[in-house]
Design a protein around this ligand. Structure first.
Ligand code: PAF
Length: 281
């Protein structure tokens, strides 16, 4: 039976007992609206740790004022049923008040991997992510925490935070889970109308075209990006926010020839903002 806890104090007591019994804690932070991608993170956490905690919290401070915080899909009962099927040990689902008490003012400010890509177009986003994940790590104190590669920049930011702030947690990256037609799974895919859903495939097609060129031996970043850009340009109503080649660990933008890169895309399809990426080499 998956236990559900809403209070930080109660969770701390429970996890102290788990640790005293010699079990290691694995953690999967989520904002709910769980799909197969999230479930793959839980499966991986179960392999890596004895006792798995999943948090479900739509974190208001990582959304900009014009973003989809209000609209973000929420379905706690369905999420808990899915986690129950996986025999997840515990779900932590705090209220906004529990996480951010009156007077809350402390935020983590990051540079380095947080500055480019989504950091440019979503100012404050990574500060909100790093702050809530730091709070969650302090509460759960997990041995390992699993995040999905779809949010590659988020992983780079959090790995840097773990080093810089000496968290005793190892961050594990789980591969992107795709629909059968290649679209990367995302809670935001729910927003897409059927015609938009088709157009959204341009993102993964663009990445796969770049990957084919890579597999044929192309290492020139500009040529790989041009191949991807061609696919995006020929799909109407796909508005590219960024298409970049970066170092997969530091998120530094790359030019010239490289043996280890990630190509990352953010684009709007209708009113839905989607991201995707592929690591090569
Ligand atoms: O990736 C997400 O779902 C969120 O950014 C996270 C890590 C749960 C923080 O709110």
């Amino acid at each position: 039976m998956t236990e559900r806890i809403e209070s930080i104090a109660e969770l701390r007591k429970k996890l102290a007992r788990v640790k005293a019994g010699g079990q290691t804690i694995g953690f999967v932070p989520t904002m709910g609206a769980l799909h197969k991608g999230h479930l793959s993170l839980v499966r991986l956490a179960k392999k890596e740790a004895d006792f798995v905690v999943v948090s479900i919290f739509v974190n208001p401070i990582q959304f900009g004022p014009k973003e989809d915080y209000q609209r973000y899909p929420r379905n706690l009962d369905k999420d808990i049923a899915l986690l129950q099927e996986l025999k997840t040990d515990l779900v932590f689902a705090p209220s906004e008040n529990e996480m951010y008490q009156t007077g809350f003012t402390t935020h983590i400010n990051m540079e380095g991997p947080a500055l480019g890509m989504c950091g440019k177009t979503r100012p404050g986003h990574f500060s909100g992510v790093a702050t809530v994940v730091a709070k969650l790590f302090n509460i759960v104190q997990p041995k390992i925490a699993v995040f999905g590669q779809k949010d590659l920049q988020q992983i780079a930011v959090l790995k840097r935070m773990v080093i810089d702030l000496n968290f005793d947690t190892e961050i594990i990256m789980a591969p992107i889970i795709r629909e059968s037609d290649g679209l990367a799974m995302s809670s935001r895919n729910e927003y897409l109308t059927p015609p938009e859903r088709k157009k959204a495939l341009a993102l993964n097609r663009a990445l796969f075209i770049a990957e084919s060129a890579w597999l044929e031996g192309e290492r020139d970043v500009t040529k790989l990006l041009n191949a991807a850009a061609g696919v995006l340009a020929e799909t109407p109503d796909v508005h590219v926010e960024y298409l970049v080649a970066v170092n997969p660990e530091t998120m530094q933008e790359l030019t010239g020839k490289h043996e280890h890169i990630a190509i990352a895309i953010a684009a709007r399809v209708g009113s839905t903002r989607l991201i995707d990426n592929l690591i090569m080499g």
